[in-house]
Design a protein around this ligand. Structure first.
Ligand code: CUA
Length: 347
């Protein structure tokens, strides 16, 4: 008898222990994800109507889960304390066919599911991707492993860094040049797949000025994890300045300057096989470099746009970003410096 009791008590301790571990993990994870500071890609810091809808739904479901968890754990603890085996005590009386109980535990979960399903369906429709009339259209094209953005109504295009005006509805129309990617900027919206030959849509309205990071969220090959993106949400005036800058042709480098030498080298090197620069090259395989100097990052928003990183990138892109389709370029020190100077001059 005594030995049997010991086994049971150990078994109960085991149950309590296993309940506590995931609880602790959840608490730690919540504490980590709640602070958006060191985690710039947090869906819990919404900055658009789309992200707020998803965030609201998340908390709605989360609190229902908390209620269910508390009820279940309380009943479990009560049962453990009240009905545990005691020496000499008779086994507790089982309950059979208790109508009120059975109706209760059928109806209560059904009602909770309704309370979860209604806002879920509402959110699915609210985030289906149709922007109101007059929204700014942006075409997003996924490439291995970078993002191309076109603004058909503004007649500009750029790469990796998406600029948007604050408070304006945005209609994002997405497709892929190769495999399936997924556009995801946790603070603003997504994720939604980009598929070759199809157009998928999201719509949102950013409500705060700021810089938001995003990430391809669909495995798309070697550098999937390096397919980052940056969204700059700015006031109307700043956005308009950016648009004007992107529309204008970049200033031609001064004759005899290092940048001008770089331009000449660029024109006769392999670069023009893949990249476009207005007035210099027209290929569309890699990112358009017409205004490269105006971007803060390069290589799918992976590295800062500095002379040092440009140099390393041109020399051996696949070494910095596994699988990168740009082959190492065989440029000597002075030629490389000139090309870097030229690229940096492209504001
Ligand atoms: Cu593109 Cu993952």
């Amino acid at each position: 008898m005594a030995a049997k009791d010991n086994v049971r008590v150990d078994g109960l301790r085991g149950a309590v222990y296993f309940d506590a571990v995931p609880l602790l993990l959840v608490a730690v994870l919540l504490a980590l994800t709640a602070c958006s500071g060191p985690f710039p890609q947090s869906a819990l810091a919404p900055r658009s109507d789309f992200a707020s809808d998803v965030d609201g739904l998340f908390w709605n479901i989360f609190w229902w889960a908390v209620v269910v968890f508390l009820i279940v754990e309380t009943l479990l603890l009560v049962a453990i304390a009240r009905y545990r085996a005691r020496p000499g005590a008779p086994p507790p009386k089982p309950v059979h066919g208790h109508t009120a109980l059975e109706i209760g535990w059928t109806l209560a979960p059904a009602l909770i599911l309704v309370f979860i399903a209604v806002p879920t369906i509402r959110t699915i429709f609210a985030t289906a991707g149709q922007a109101p009339e007059g929204a700014l259209r942006v075409e997003v094209i996924g490439h291995q492993w970078w993002w191309e953005y076109r603004y058909p109504t503004l007649e500009i295009s750029t790469s990796n860094e998406l600029h948007l005006p604050v408070g304006t509805p945005i209609q994002v129309e997405m497709t892929s040049a190769d495999v399936i990617h997924s556009f995801w900027v946790p603070a603003l919206g997504g994720k939604r797949d980009l598929t070759q030959g199809r157009t998928t849509r999201i719509a949102f309205k950013a409500d705060s000025v700021g810089e938001y990071w995003g990430q391809c969220a669909e495995f798309c090959g070697t550098s999937h994890a390096n397919m980052r993106l940056r969204v700059v949400v700015e006031p109307d005036s700043a956005f308009q300045r950016w648009v004007d800058q992107q529309r204008a042709a970049p200033l031609a480098p001064a004759p005899g300057s290092v940048a001008e030498q770089g331009r000449q080298i660029f024109r006769r090197s392999a670069c023009i096989g893949c990249h476009a620069i207005a007035g210099v090259a027209t290929a569309k395989v890699g990112p358009d470099l017409t205004h490269l100097g105006s971007r803060a990052t390069i290589a799918g928003a992976l590295f800062p746009n500095s002379a040092e990183w440009l140099r390393r990138w041109i020399q051996n892109a696949p070494a910095l970003k596994p699988g990168a389709l740009m082959p190492p370029q065989n440029l000597s020190g002075a030629d490389l410096d000139a090309v870097v100077a030229y690229l940096q001059s492209l504001k």
